[in-house]
Ligand binder design. Structure first.
Ligand code: ADP
Ligand code: ADP
Length: 228
């Protein structure tokens, strides 16, 4: 699903954030990305959806070399993947329904099909009753559920999440993790950067640890491995 070969990222200011990553993530895997702040986790994740362009190396997503994509092709890539952020990034002036519908690929879909699909994913995340509410009327956990609904509405093969529980209390974090686990059970690949030691050590998955721009550990059913 995701393949990286000798991927290097140097920012314009000279910071080498990623220094030669080689990785293969298969369809259906659930992968945690762990490591200290500044290790390169976000950069690694942003390159997968071309928010950042790799300086050198090759990145394949579902067989397509995305390092070669032209800017006008990037929206098509983004529709094949869902992205979830720590700060949710919902549109504040759109309600829950509209936030999810907005992400839906609207190529000659009729209104009723759109409505059905949006309500189906809102039901999956447990928010069908809050479809008309606005982001600022929801708790953090609910806002993250909306963001997750938005990320899966196009039925992507992969969902990428950058610290999705970073702004949530422990109990809410667990609810969100169970939701990701459920989505993964349906065959969707999940790649998640996280600092949540308890979750990583309990809900055991593949763990890739990044330090100083390099992979220092890659284990199936691994633990969090840091004291912070
Ligand atoms: P992490 O997600 O593990 O905290 P990042 O990928 O955000 O790490 O950062 C890796 C390194 O790259 C850090 O030294 C960070 O300061 C630097 N960095 C991140 N984004 C940028 C940017 N847009 N421009 C310059 N340096 C950046
Ligand atoms: P997040 O933690 O929400 O993923 P970012 O990826 O934006 O935040 O930033 C992660 C790290 O990269 C931080 O330490 C931040 O200071 C650094 N960073 C982000 N953008 C830049 C930039 N333009 N120049 C230098 N450092 C940056």
């Amino acid at each position: 699903m995701i393949e990286m070969k000798n991927v290097v990222k140097k920012y314009p200011n000279g910071v080498a954030a990623v220094k030669g990553l080689n990785i293969e993530i298969k369809q259906g895997e659930f992968v945690y990305i762990v490591g200290p702040s500044g290790a390169g986790k976000s950069t690694f994740i942003k390159m997968m959806y071309r928010e950042e362009q790799a300086t050198s190396g090759e990145i394949k997503v579902d067989g397509t070399n995305i390092t070669a994509l032209k800017s006008k092709e990037i929206p098509y890539l983004r529709r094949t993947m869902g992205v979830v952020f720590q700060d949710f990034k919902l549109l504040p002036r759109k309600n829950v329904f509209e936030n999810v519908a907005f992400a839906l690929e609207v190529i000659e879909q009729d209104k009723e099909d759109i409505r059905k699909r949006v309500m189906e994913v809102l039901k999956l995340v447990g928010l069908q009753k809050k479809a008309r509410m606005f982001p600022d009327e929801l708790s953090g956990g609910e806002q993250q559920r909306v963001a997750i609904a938005r990320s899966i509405v196009n039925k992507p093969k992969v969902v990428i999440a950058d610290e999705p529980t970073g702004n949530l209390d422990p109990e809410t974090s667990w609810d969100i993790m169970r939701l990701f686990d459920e989505i993964n059970s349906g065959g969707t690949t999940i790649i998640m950067a996280t600092h949540n030691r308890e979750i990583v050590n309990t809900m055991r998955k593949r763990v890739i640890a990044i330090e100083n721009g390099q992979i220092v550990r890659d284990e199936r059913g691994g633990d969090y491995g840091y004291e912070f």
